[in-house]
Design a protein around this ligand. Structure first.
Ligand code: ASC
Length: 160
């Protein structure tokens, strides 16, 4: 009997260690980790949005020819990314130490923040329609309004 315990004891210690790791992995992340993750997701969304609008921005600057089919594709992407903005800012991370340019006003002026996100979404809908029509000056006008909607939000809600 004693022998059996001597054999099983180390094994059960290993099992307990394994189980406690498994429990730790299933535990909800700490509030600090959740805040860090929220910042990563926010920045990821804006990186993707910038990636989508980048080619259109180049057309606005005259650095690339106006390509209606490309604008149509990117406008649809910006509709999708802009529709997620308020969702990714649902978690209020003000009280955590994170590397962020997000201003506190995002959570104190939530209605205006949501309005500006929606303005971007609507500008992207108009841009997609303009791209479908294919008229170059119409596309550039609508693209400029998308850029203005980006800027309006940055001016109010993003640190320099
Ligand atoms: C872009 C981009 C932005 C907006 C902004 C418009 O191309 O990456 O953040 O346009 O500069 O003012």
């Amino acid at each position: 009997m004693l022998k059996l315990i001597n054999v099983l004891a180390p094994a059960s210690a290993t099992l307990m260690a394994t189980l406690s790791v498994a429990v730790a992995q299933n535990a909800p992340p700490s509030p600090e980790k959740q805040a860090e993750k929220a910042v990563e997701i926010r920045q990821g969304l804006f990186n993707v949005q910038g990636f989508a609008f980048g080619p259109v921005g180049a057309m606005l600057k005259g650095a690339a020819p106006v390509d209606a089919a490309l604008v149509q594709k990117e406008a649809a992407r910006v509709q999708m990314t802009s529709s997620m903005i308020t969702e990714v800012f649902k978690l209020d991370t003000r009280k955590f130490q994170t590397r962020t340019k997000a201003k506190d006003k995002i959570w104190t002026d939530q209605q205006d923040f949501a309005q500006k996100a929606n303005d971007l979404h609507e500008a992207a809908v108009v841009l997609e329609a303009a791209a479908r029509k294919g008229d170059k000056s119409g596309i550039l006008d609508a693209a400029g309004k998308v850029g203005n909607a980006c800027k309006a939000c940055h001016d109010e809600y993003r640190e320099k």
